[in-house]
Design a protein around this ligand. Sequence first.
Ligand SMILES: [Zn+2]
Length: 480
Amino acid sequence: MPTRASDLVTLGLRIRHFRGERGLTLDQLGDRVGLAGSQLSLIENGRREPKLSTLQDVATALAVPITELLSGEAPNTRAALEIELARAQKNPLYGALGLPTVKVTKGMPLAALESLLGLHRELARLASEAIATPEEARRANTELREQMREQDNYMPDIEQLAEDQVRASGHLSGALTHREVSVMAEQLGFNLIYVNDLPGSTRSVTDLVNHRIYLPPASIPGGHGLRSMALQAMGHRLLGHERPDSYAEFLWQRLQINYFAAACLMPRNASVAFLANAKRERELSVEDFRDAFGVTHEAAALRLTNLATSHLEMPLHFLRVNGDGALQKGYENDGLPLPVDVTGSIEGQYVCKQWSARSAFTHTNRTTEFYQYTDTPVGTFWSATQTGAADGGEFSISVGVPFAQAKWFRGRETAQRAVSRCPDESCCRRPASEVSSRWAGKAWPSARLHAHVLSPLPSGTFPGVDDTEVYEFLEAHAAE
Ligand SMILES: [Zn+2]
């Protein structure tokens, strides 16, 4: 039996179609099936669901098989348009507009029907354009990452823009102050306003009429996050951004404003001078860079990826990994084999358990950076990892370089070594065959959903679950 409202509309139209073919009025058919004409009318209009026995009687009276009545197809072209319009008007997209529902009648001119439908179709098209599918989002993200890799994660135009803006604010050296950020906004003709009721889906809102940039309240006065958000909002203006008309453009704009904000907080000339000096002293470290410019560890690590290759002649990699080992963000131009899915996307993929990005979680002293040399199939890498915790749980930030570059960094003398054979699955992805055969088919883990919007479900026996970990967990607890 049809249950959806749109199916009832189709059913009603099919009954009306066959009744018309037989030359019967509503009352005449009603007499034959024991219903008042008005009740039959409700069924034909899709407003009432007929009982199965009634439907059988109607089919018999019209001399058609019941399956013919229940077919999902419109009986003719006009009916198909009526069904489509009825469906479109029930769509939440239309409901959200708060407009009345037009009753579709036999007497409605075909042109009116077609005109209304045309508008509904366009509404649906525009709405679907605005929402990127996860596949589109992942593809756009991967393309952007590959493009940035080609240019060594460096954008000279934005570097210069940030350099000029920061200088104009009167900033001399060290951390960019909150006051200097406000001056930058004023020079752009904007006031920074802190509010408690910023829409939940926004980071900032710019009022182009009254020249205000609304920001969330300063929970930590002068916090890095707030300066960064204000700078990002200014970045949109300075870079002449218009409303993005694709997801790829949206991502590109976001990358540009993030880059601009980072380049203001850690201006190129001062940063390169600081880093080049540290390199000369063989004391390069993300920690020191972070503290010198008053930013987060992640911001400093990412900024290093902008400048290391273009100004310090050094390829490198950056990883932000969740407590469960899934990659949240990654960049490399030093050949480190990042885990990728079939589309080439890295977000949500599990990095090798031997990498410092994961082994640092089990390290006892977490207040300082954890250093490690890792032998991989493409060579040895040195890396420094800092772990931390945020609302979403634990995470680690790693910056690493090929062995030959390790000599410039503090922590190069570490005795910590590991061997990674990934992407060979026998390295850390596949359970030992003995364990696997003992538990295969005898476990049912329930996957935890990834918070990251772009996260795919890692492939395995159970979507979204690392079976090796599940099996190891079972092994450990089964013995208890
Ligand atoms: Zn591995």
